[in-house]
Design a protein around this ligand. Sequence first.
Ligand SMILES: Nc1nc2c(c(=O)[nH]1)N[C@H]1C(S)=C(S)[C@@H](COP(=O)(O)O)O[C@H]1N2
Ligand SMILES: [Mo]
Length: 263
Amino acid sequence: MSIKTPSPSLFRPSNGVEKTALDQAKQIVEDINRRKLLRGAFSVGALGMLTGCSVTETAPIQSFLRSFSSFNDAIQAMLFRPNHLAPTFSEAQVVKPPRYNAFYEIEDVKPVDVSRWKLELAGLIQNKAPWTAEQIAALPQQEWIVRHICVEGWDYIGQWSGVNLRQFLERVGADTKAKYVAFRCADGYTGSIDMASALHPQTILATKYARDPITDPFGYPLRLRTAVKLGFKNPKWITSIEVTNVYPGGYWEDRGFNWFSGI
Ligand SMILES: Nc1nc2c(c(=O)[nH]1)N[C@H]1C(S)=C(S)[C@@H](COP(=O)(O)O)O[C@H]1N2
Ligand SMILES: [Mo]
């Protein structure tokens, strides 16, 4: 799996010795090869071609480094296989209850009052009428038993059901040629994914876990559950979905996590 953009410290001179541009270039190449971002071996020469400069010049390499995160996103998007299914598991393997995570402790979860909750729609969507939980429950449902992987280094197998996101986006007349699907959440969290991942068969707006309604800590009444992204790309307690061509970022993305974060 490919995870985060290399931390900036990877490229900072260590033990006081300034690294040459060529050393830095070699490091980038090693990093790309290690992460298997490109099939086959990648070379310093290829890096020169990509950056359009000689790898012995420092300034262009620096600016290439600054663009490394978006470069990484572009490569991951290129390698993404739209209909390739992530591994699925049996019901016996499902962890109950799921494992909690958020940018705050479980004690601080503020349950959503479903009688007042609505899913708002925004951006490049023809029918922006908001949805109640009841209306969403009346849509065709599907279930996936998939692995959730958090960047913090833990994972669990979960059984999620709800509305397929592609079917939902098509139903409301979303522009599925747009670049991004962005989410806002009741707790102030935000997140966004690329359209190809939004349209992936294993990406759903989940309302149930192990056939029962999702409980409060796990995003009741509606959360994203995609098998093709790391945990933090699965917003919980969703209150709005926006389709847009303007890069939306997100809570962790704005704090340095690699935006694409596919698995
Ligand atoms: N609204 C909201 N969604 C969120 C988060 C959050 O803090 N707020 N944390 C993310 C992170 S880092 C992870 S790993 C998963 C955890 O989901 P789980 O509690 O169902 O395992 O939720 C993601 N979605
Ligand atoms: Mo996470």
